[in-house]
Design a protein around this ligand. Structure first.
Ligand code: AGP
Length: 582
């Protein structure tokens, strides 16, 4: 899930490409590169690591005079993160950047080697460049059509050709890629956010539609036929791309939660008819990946309480299961980016069986938002930090509102209106959260325990800590610990117990006592006063809203732990914000 960007217009591409790459860095940041072209030459500059090191290299290079360029930031799939494997890749006359995975790359590579082609890198991308170069006989669209017939997998490509120094080409299949339409200038990019400072006008490209772009305009075609595509206007603004004075996007996005929660409440509290009515469904399947899946686990607790038959699965498993869909089934697809490959496949499985699908998604016009039967936008605005926070909270809020619609109650409605203020007050208590972080940041292992909905909350709390602080953390059903894992509890092991569900409070308390008696240091997160020294008392609220106060608290603790450890909070190692490959 790399990030790609391209520019053609009246400006020198350097600044557009660099600011675009910085906005795309959430998609992968182990190496990067740019390519510039003019009627004499194609100049390629690549570097390992963050965009800042590429920027230094570019600023110390003599750049050719150019009006056309492509660029890339990488999340390695084929080949280690080094300068040779970094993009762009050039073979013969063809220079390309690529986002995706070519599944038959090694077969094609061996064939090309037999035909005398030499390869420098370990990447599948260089194979595509070699194929285009093989087929290019002066007509790029023809060469691309032949190439996409040979390759299998996912791709978004930006292409330059030495023989056509005034043209930029692009094509996609599975991986996201849009065409940005500016004032006598054009862009290609993985995400509109990368060019929102230049234009909010964009064109969506269908699978294998080839776009040929010159400084005077563009042509979209498929199988030799021109296609007229509408120009869309993005609702994104460039404010969401700035830190607004915060140290990191993660803390900024956590602190945005009260206002965003309030916006959604105001939107739906008197317009519940705008939300899908789950009453007509007997069976609910919930699919997602990572935090989206954990948000789904909270939803499962809500809907089971409402008497629905609910199953949940991670999308990477769900897509390969042999699922028998009973009548009246709804598949709820949860995704912040709307471009997660496994979740898209799970959605398409249900669509292919003519089963209704409901997308709970942040990015409008994303693949999932476009292809589901119904969609509910969570309106989180752009989420830049790789570790999701505000999007997760708004996904859970929508699930809670869907459950409230099934079983309306005045008590829920009253508590719903108080939620934004209670959340703001809790998040302003940074002191107590820093205190809890102090107890965790030196630890190698941390355990989270809870039961039922508290266990689902623990799953997200544990993931947040793991992904930004690199502390090994596991969440467990509190009753399950004594069946083995409790052997890992030693003197001083931190165990975070989440206890908000009064029906099973005592059970979880006794599980906490079991680990304390083996030397564990408890941290209690709950809505009742307790004797434990290390604790955060969460304001009480309707149980279908309680996770919306507990998880922000766990997000804040994780943030302060990573902060104390000096971690790269917004771009944790080995991660990417939108996982567009399988
Ligand atoms: C969460 O912090 C991670 N970024 C990751 O687990 C994420 O939730 C997962 O990749 C799903 O992404 P999506 O919501 O964009 O589909």
């Amino acid at each position: 899930m790399c990030g790609i960007i391209g520019y053609i217009g009246k400006k020198h591409p350097k600044d557009v490409l660099l600011s675009g790459l910085k906005n795309l860095e959430y998609r992968g940041y182990d190496s990067a590169g740019i390519a510039l072209i003019n009627n004499k030459t194609t100049q390629i500059i690549k570097s390992v690591g963050k965009i800042s090191s590429l920027e230094d290299k570019i600023n110390n290079s003599d750049l050719i005079d150019s009006k056309i360029g492509i660029a890339h930031t990488r999340w390695a799939t084929h080949g280690v993160p080094d300068e040779i494997n970094a993009h762009p890749h050039k073979v013969g006359k063809i220079t390309i950047v690529h986002n995706g995975i070519i599944e038959n790359a090694s077969f094609l590579k061996n064939k090309l080697i037999k035909e005398g082609v030499c390869f420098n890198s370990e990447t599948d991308t260089e194979v595509i460049a070699a194929l285009i170069n093989k087929y290019y006989k002066g007509n790029m669209v023809d060469a691309l059509n032949k190439t996409i017939k040979d390759i299998k997998g996912s791709y978004a490509l930006g292409i330059l050709c030495d023989d056509e120094p005034d043209m930029l080409y692009a094509v996609r299949c599975e991986s996201p890629l849009i065409l940005g339409v500016g004032d006598n200038e054009y862009f290609i990019t993985s995400d509109i956010g990368a060019i929102i400072n230049y234009t909010n006008k964009y064109v969506l490209l269908g699978a294998n539609e080839i776009v040929s772009i010159s400084k005077n305009g563009y042509r979209v075609e498929k199988d030799g036929k021109e296609i007229n595509r509408d120009i869309n206007i993005s609702s994104l603004n460039n404010e969401s791309s700035s830190l607004m004075g915060y140290d990191h996007y993660m803390i900024k996005e956590i602190m945005e939660e009260p206002v965003l929660v309030n916006n959604i409440i105001k939107k739906y509290i008197n317009n519940m008819d705008k939300l899908v009515d789950l009453k007509k469904y007997k069976h609910i399947h919930i699919v997602g990946c990572g935090s989206a899946y954990y948000a789904g686990m909270i939803g499962k607790n809500f809907f089971e309480e409402d008497g629905l038959d609910v199953q949940i699965d991670v999308a990477s498993e769900y897509r390969y299961r042999n699922i028998k869909y009973s009548k009246n089934t709804l598949v709820i697809v949860i995704s912040q980016s709307g471009e997660t490959a496994d979740t898209i496949a799970a959605m398409r499985l249900a669509n292919s069986k003519k089963v209704d699908t409901l997308a709970i998604v942040n990015v409008d016009d994303s693949t999932i938002a476009r292809e589901c039967t119904y969609k509910i936008l969570i309106e989180a605005g752009r989420e830049v930090a790789v570790a999701t926070t505000k999007a997760y909270i708004l996904q859970v809020l929508i699930l809670s509102l869907l459950s409230y619609k099934l079983n309306p109650s005045e008590e829920y409605k009253k508590d719903l209106l108080e939620l934004p203020v209670k959340l703001k007050i809790l998040l302003d208590k940074t002191g107590i959260h820093k205190k809890m972080a102090d107890k965790i940041y030196r630890k190698k292992d941390v355990f989270f325990i809870g039961r039922k909905i508290d266990y689902a909350i623990c799953m997200e709390g544990s993931l947040k800590l793991k992904e930004i602080s690199y502390i090994h953390s596991e969440a467990y059903q509190a009753g399950e610990l004594k069946h083995g894992t409790i052997s890992l509890i030693n003197k001083g092991t931190v165990v975070v117990a989440v206890i908000t569900d009064n029906d099973i409070r005592d059970k979880t308390i006794s599980n906490l006592e079991e680990v304390i008696s083996r030397g564990a240091k408890p941290i209690y997160i709950g809505n009742e006063r307790v004797k434990y020294k290390s604790k955060i008392i969460i304001p009480k609220i309707h149980k279908k809203l309680q996770p919306l106060l507990v998880v922000p608290s766990l997000q804040l603790i994780s943030y302060f732990v990573a902060f104390k450890k000096g971690c790269n909070i917004d771009k944790p190692k080995n991660l990417a914000k939108s996982v567009t490959v399988e």
